[in-house]
Design a protein around this ligand. Structure first.
Ligand code: FAD
Length: 488
């Protein structure tokens, strides 16, 4: 029987790789984790979720200060933002979380951590800094990088991506954002709130193109009212550095050309898998420009080599990467065949209001040819929402033709948190009648979940048939409103 240096080798120390390393090591496998940067943690910690959510919170606080009058408070003159200080706060949050993702911690769990960029030399071995290391199984969890589209002049024009935006020394006076996905939209609102003049350029006619149009448009309305300028249905002709700033020429569907000018350009036009230098072609691991091809058990075209997280190009979220890492541990270490199931994978765009979803939205249901009925409740009918000064948004609950919930979307305050109740309901197959009957504390935003389940049940409970039955059995006398009572 062939012998190997390790039971499992993991390439990439982000959400997916760290999940595999800690799971495998704690189960007694000899695990090797290889990271090319100087710290573990991956994009989420250093250039993604953590810095973006920290920035969003800072921008929210500044926005609230500027809008003190909306809360019945005196108007406040706020000084301009010193982005250097914002950057320091971001870095301190990263540093605190970094302790949890330290080399020492993974070593204490039993994993060996190496830093460097490995290349496969055969299907069981890699070369890392002149060492040859073999493993019975490998996991490619090398994540993704910002995709830089071949726009004329872009390669000669200084621009930023998520790798640079959280460590700017000062706040840009103006910024053009290319793309309108979650990263672009979160950054657009935050920088606009901090004082940057932001323009968003998008090829299609909708921001957040995977979301339902009504939800995306309502959110866009909020951002536009806050000052973000949107250019939808436009193509980018070229980009140039004038020496005093940057120019982006755009063309609309009527072939009208206009020039946008700004201090900075943020490129947020999708992601590319990090596979360069791994020599995957040589070992027969297949991939395309979106990512490494995997089956439901996260196996690549070489069955002992797995891939998980952003590098597969599927669901590019930290929680998806962690989930897929767990699937790899089941299959590679336990040898327990386990398949990934994304039916109820939640997601959230952390704008204000947040846009969160789980399962199918109307767009996905339509594409899949699934008939559905939609029940909605508006946040302006939720007492807590009004007390918080939040009037925008709604919840949409989708039921299939058998009246089973297939998805929920929410645009509203703390929608990402509110969605967690649906994570439990949908995964636990909880009946809507149970949700509607469960007592929720008043006044909470979460009552909207109970209300939308009630919206489905109400017509059944208060139907004419039920009323007729009660009248027959218990002699109920019907409507009281408008009834004339006899005078004494
Ligand atoms: C601005 C922004 C905001 C985001 N916000 C959210 C959010 O709020 N919620 C959410 O769920 N997701 C969010 N994401 C997405 C999230 O960051 C990713 O889905 C997640 O990091 C994927 O984890 P991963 O382990 O696949 O990859 P990564 O976390 O990127 O880890 C991959 C690791 O592999 C290393 N590596 C790369 N190549 C090699 C190599 N050849 N050899 C060795 N190591 C290598 C990298 O240095 C990196 O450390 C955001 C992303 C961005 C950019």
């Amino acid at each position: 029987m062939a012998t190997y240096d390790c039971d499992i080798g993991i390439i990439g120390g982000g959400a997916a790789g760290l999940t595999v390393a800690s799971g495998a090591a704690q189960l007694g496998a000899r695990a090797l984790l290889i990271e090319k940067e100087k710290d573990l943690g991956g994009d989420c910690l250093h250039f993604g979720c953590v810095p973006s959510k920290t920035l969003i919170r800072t921008a929210q606080a500044y926005h609230t200060m500027k809008n003190a009058q909306a809360f019945g408070l005196p108007a406040v003159e706020v000084p301009p933002v010193d982005f250097f200080k914002v950057k320091e706060r971001i870095q301190s949050v990263i540093a605190t979380i970094q302790e949890h993702d330290s080399e020492e911690r993974f070593c204490s769990l039993g994993a060996r951590v190496e830093f460097g960029e490995p290349s496969f030399i055969d299907e069981h071995s890699i070369r890392l800094k002149r060492q040859r290391i073999s493993a019975k199984s490998w996991v490619i969890a090398s994540g993704s990088s910002p995709q830089i589209p071949p726009i004329e002049g872009l390669n000669k024009t200084p621009h930023i991506t998520n790798k640079e935006i959280f460590s700017l020394d000062r706040l840009p006076a103006s910024m053009i954002i290319l793309g309108a996905g979650p990263i672009a939209i979160e950054m657009a609102q935050s920088f606009c709130r901090l004082g940057t003049k932001v323009s968003v350029v998008q090829r299609s006619g909708q921001i957040l193109s995977k979301e339902d149009r009504d939800m995306a448009d309502e959110l866009m309305g909020v951002l536009a009212a806050g000052g973000v300028i949107f250019h939808l249905n436009v193509g980018v002709l070229d980009v140039r550095d004038t020496g005093h700033g940057k120019e982006v020429r755009i063309q609309n569907k009527d072939e009208e050309v206009s020039t946008l000018k700004a201090e900075q350009i943020l490129v947020a036009m999708g992601r590319s898998p990090n596979i360069e230098g791994l020599h995957l072609e040589a070992i027969g691991v297949e991939f395309d420009r979106k990512g490494i091809q995997v089956d439901e058990r996260m196996r690549t075209t070489r069955k002992h080599i797995y891939a998980a997280g952003d590098v597969t190009g599927k669901f590019q979220f930290t929680h998806a990467a962690g989930y897929e890492g767990g699937i790899v541990v089941s299959n590679a270490i336990f040898h327990f065949p386990r398949k990934a199931d994304y039916t109820f994978l939640p997601w959230c765009t952390y704008t204000d209001p947040e846009l969160a979803g789980i399962g199918m939205n109307e767009k996905a249901a339509k594409d899949a040819g699934i008939e559905c009925t939609v029940f909605t409740e508006a946040f302006h009918d939720n007492d807590r929402s009004l007390a918080e000064g939040e009037r925008v948004g709604k919840i949409k609950m989708l039921l299939d033709k058998d009246e089973k919930p297939i998805g929920v979307q929410m645009l509203g305050p703390h929608a990402g948190e509110l969605l967690n109740e649906w994570v439990a309901v949908l995964n636990g197959k909880v009946k809507l009648s149970t949700l509607a009957a469960a007592v929720h504390p008043y006044p909470t935003l979460g009552e909207i979940n109970k209300r939308v389940a009630g919206a489905y049940l109400s017509p059944k409970i208060f139907s004419d048939t039920v009323k007729r039955g009660l009248k027959f059995f218990f002699h109920l006398k019907g409507r009281a409103c408008g009834l004339q009572t006899s005078q004494e």
